[in-house]
Write a protein that binds this ligand. Structure first.
Ligand SMILES: [Zn+2]
Ligand SMILES: [Zn+2]
Length: 221
């Protein structure tokens, strides 16, 4: 995903700014850990990331938090979703975590499905990067629909063709594609580093945060 590259750029820019004006940087230094692979900036518990469980990224401090360390009743989720806004209790004014799940787009749901199946393969000691649209991706979304999105489950199967269109449209952007004689259309992720799948807080902005109010707490009280 291209946001990854943006992150890298902004980090190196920051680094050179620091070098050119250390003193100023020191006094105005914000607590801003590098998002991504910085183990010092992970969770309340300080332990490493664990791609086998649900983890949420704080919109403010950019730290990852393990589902098991979060006090908020998150409801049913699956790993690798990006359609949410989370603020950890260190960053929240009330001292309570904030969590809002929003509707996922079909491409987001495809990313989540493929990422989970790829990680499940890793857990089984296999490496598998391509998954059948009909036999794996669509059944995964069927199975975990409520955990993936706040959108009501579809009663008809018309979204199957939306999946097809979304996958094809984003080939080489989000997805890799291969036609297999036996299994048909197979799709994978362009970015195979699953630790990079996260909400795009940069573009979500304040509008994104407000927009979630229509649905409040996904599974709620
Ligand atoms: Zn933790
Ligand atoms: Zn935070």
């Amino acid at each position: 995903m291209d946001e990854v590259q943006t992150d890298t750029n902004s980090q190196s820019e920051t680094a050179s700014e620091y070098a050119s004006s250390e003193r100023a940087a020191e006094t105005t230094r914000e607590e801003k850990p590098a998002s991504g692979a910085n183990s010092a900036g992970i969770c309340y518990c300080g332990k490493e990331r664990n791609l086998n469980i649900v983890e949420l990224l704080c919109a403010n401090c950019s730290r990852w938090f393990h589902e098991s360390c979060i006090g908020y009743q998150l409801g049913k989720l699956v790993p690798f979703i990006s359609n949410y806004m989370f603020v950890c209790k260190n960053c929240s004014q009330s001292g309570l975590e904030i969590f809002r799940k929003s509707q996922a787009t079909i491409p987001q749901m495809c990313v989540t499905a493929i990422a989970n199946m790829q990680q499940n393969a890793v857990k089984d000691g296999k490496s598998k990067f391509l998954f059948s649209k009909d036999k794996e991706i669509i059944p995964y979304i069927e199975q975990y629909w409520e955990a993936m999105t706040t959108m009501p489950r579809r009663v008809t199967q018309s979204w199957y063709s939306t999946v097809q269109r979304s996958l094809v449209k984003e080939v080489n952007i989000l997805f890799t594609y291969e036609e297999n004689a036996e299994t048909g259309a197979m799709f994978g992720l362009v970015t195979q580093d699953l630790s990079l799948i996260k909400p795009n807080y940069d573009t979500m902005g304040k509008g994104g945060l407000l927009r979630t109010s229509e649905d409040g707490h996904g599974t709620g009280k």
